[in-house]
Design a protein around this ligand. Structure first.
Ligand code: RIB
Length: 292
């Protein structure tokens, strides 16, 4: 069984600030650092550092070649990754405050240049039973989900960042959703975790859901049974990419047949380590660092 993550790759410009800027406010930053990022790239790196074998599909410009090198260094197969000559790599402008909380503005670049032809070419390399993971930072996510499911792939969707475009995707074709509380609320109109899970089960009865709750832990449900995993304690310096770390880890563990409880536990530990370090991809731990 192969796993392909068709997702974004970004150059993250992270501004360390005391407080995240309010509307109309101009603020100074303590320092600015350039990090590898993008929800797609972060999740592929987390998957690989959790010991999984994964293909990363997507697009970058020549300014993002270091992202490809990083993925390859971590053992991610980049033969489905295209380098464009005339479009720049996606960028993320991130404020991180003194509590490690963040606020992110994206400029899609090559992530939004993904074409139907590239999607078809990538999916042609995979077959029924393989897994497709995607997020909501690239163009044509709706088509990608549709074609992947028609080809028999198991579609895993992390609709982040949530948008009207994500809501218009053929969500009934998704086998596993990875959501945070905001995304769950946008999908279901419910605010509380149990309400979100119940509504997801009613809307998408074939799908499993993993709902991450930040410091309150995470939940898995298949509509019949629900499992809770508590968050592990951590002194956060930068929460950027913590959700991606969780996603990559939980999927890598599940893909090699580990049970949902063990997979969620490892993912929670990996995310707790990630928040103690700066950057997104740079903060993701290797399996041997988990000390579980
Ligand atoms: O989830 C964190 C990521 O969101 C950052 O790396 C940034 O690039 C944005 O995609």
């Amino acid at each position: 069984m192969n796993v392909v993550n068709f997702g974004s790759l970004n150059i993250d410009y992270t501004f360390q600030v005391s407080e995240i800027a309010r509307p109309g406010q101009t603020i100074d930053s303590q320092h600015v650092t350039c990090f590898p990022g993008g929800k797609g790239l972060n999740q592929s790196i987390a998957f690989a550092r959790a010991g999984g074998r994964i293909f990363h599909a997507g697009m970058i410009g020549r300014d993002g070649l270091f992202l490809k090198e990083l993925l390859e260094k971590d053992g991610v197969d980049c033969t489905c990754l295209k380098v464009l000559e005339d479009v720049g790599t996606g960028k993320a402008f991130i404020q991180v405050d003194r509590n490690g909380q963040n606020s992110i503005v994206l400029s899609g670049g090559a992530n939004k240049a993904i074409t139907e032809a590239h999607i078809l070419a990538v999916l042609n390399r995979f077959s029924a039973g393989d897994w497709l993971l995607t997020q909501n930072e690239i163009s044509h996510v709706d088509l990608l989900i549709d074609l992947a499911e028609k080809r028999g792939l198991r579609v895993i969707f992390n609709p982040s960042p949530m948008s009207d475009a994500a809501l218009r995707c053929p969500l009934e074709k998704v086998s596993l959703f990875l959501l945070n509380e905001d995304e769950g609320a946008r999908l279901t109109g419910k605010e509380d975790p149990q309400g979100i899970l119940a509504a997801m089960a009613a809307l998408y009865p074939r799908a499993e859901v993993i709902l991450t709750l930040g410091e309150k832990g995470s939940l898995w449900s298949d509509g019949k049974e629900t499992i809770f995993q508590e968050a592990m304690p951590a002194d956060a310096v930068d929460t950027t990419g913590a959700g991606d770390t969780y996603t990559g880890y939980v999927l890598a563990c599940l893909s090699r047949g580990e049970g949902i409880r063990a997979s969620m536990r490892k993912a929670a530990r990996a995310a707790a380590i990630a928040v103690t370090r700066k950057g997104a991809a740079s903060s993701i731990p290797c399996l041997r660092e988990l000390d579980l």
